[in-house]
Design a protein around this ligand. Sequence first.
Ligand code: NDP
Length: 478
Amino acid sequence: MNFEYAAAPESRSVVKIDPVYGHFINGKWVNGSSHFNSINPATEEVLSQIALGTAADVDAAVKAARNAFDKSWSKLSSRERGKYLFRIARIMQERAREFAVLETLDNGKPIRESRDVDVPLSAAHFFYHAGWADKLEYAGVDTTTAPHGVVGQIIPWNFPLLMLAWKVAPALATGNTVVLKPAETTSLTALLFAQVCQQAGLPDGVVNIVTGDGSTGSAIVNHPGIDKIAFTGSTEVGKLIARALAPTNKSLTLELGGKGANIVFGDAAIDETVEGIVNGIFFNQGHVCCAGSRLILQESIADEVLEKLKRRMDKIRVGDPLDKNTDLGAINSAEQLAKIRELTAAGEAEGAGRWSANCELPTNGFWFAPTIFTGVTQAHRIAREEIFGPVLSVLTFRTPAEAIEKANNTPFGLSAGIWSEKGSNILWATQQLRAGVIWANTFNKFDPASPFGGYKESGWGREGGRHGLSAYLKGSAK
Ligand code: NDP
């Protein structure tokens, strides 16, 4: 017997969205000269008008950040700086529901995830870094060196608030000031965060938020008053930034794309593994740089895993992101949906077998059913390129050495997963894999104390933990 779920929508009355937003510069709201629409990707409803930041707006923000660095922030004791971070963290917790609903409206992710993952983890990042602010000498970082000064931070649309927290919290804890640009499609929670900075009484100019598109990001990267750039986004833009900064003295950290391998050995606990595979690729619609987007299955159990995986995928609830029962929300933009469609069409054209969950997709907004491709070879585009959507490419292996060879056969190296009953097997595989984060018998687990970052084209440097702190000081980790 099938029981239908009753709708359980979260109320959106908790959020107030202004019809038009300006930039947040020097603690004040500054009108933009032109604007673009921010839409709800689940319905295509226009939520607000966002200011398109110009080079002049970026210049004003950098000047404000420099002034704040010289006159207030660098003069404060580290203990006082920590107090502001604690205050921000607590206000984020107090306003958690508001942040979660706004994030879901603007991004399309299920409220279950924004409420239980994005917002609590964002607050946790501020708490974690608040704790370090006056204890840097115990963090293993070189405290004889100074903060960089003004840091330009450019973030993507997949975890808008969480990426802001990953960037802003360590920068402030180490004494830097910030000019941050959120992604064009997801500016609203960054603008709510600006209100939190005001509420916390943060000195003017310590955090500046300039909204806009790639040209605004480029103006930040190329501004001579910026001392360090921290970027999360595509490898393509990461390379552009690395080229632009090569002849300068600016410091740079990059968190880029991935094509994570999720390796399942024949002795793995299959039901748990199936849950882990689902979490690895369908969490946040697969808009996750460290997603387990390549499933590498031992041949002996491949049929059983695939049968159970398909049965489980048919139970994934796709639809209204504000419904508390929803597992998979909307694709973030029409552009991203087009990219997913293009790559999945290439998968079929190249001969892989396509299977999608049996779900009804809403007619408005941007949607893609959870999909797997079987019979994928390493030459297929869907095995090599980041799809950044709810699409899993399945490869198989016979020997452990073959699994490792396939897992490492990628220009990326951000994450990997291993499923096995044997600790010795896990430790052996971990030592062979070229990935910054490796999960064993779990996937997509994050903690502010744990460094995150990749090898090869997945980026430079680490974020989070003590390693992430050192990236915001001129010296390197001891
Ligand atoms: P981008 O790299 O284009 O965007 C990331 C951020 O950089 C956004 O704020 C963007 O602004 C900004 N930006 C764009 N162009 C420039 C530039 N020339 N100089 C400085 N900043 C710039 O990623 P997309 O959002 O376009 O996504 C494309 C692909 O990137 C995805 O399909 C996915 O594969 C990958 N990606 C990886 C992420 C990760 O976490 N590793 C996160 C997001 C995407 P704007 O949004 O206004 O264009």
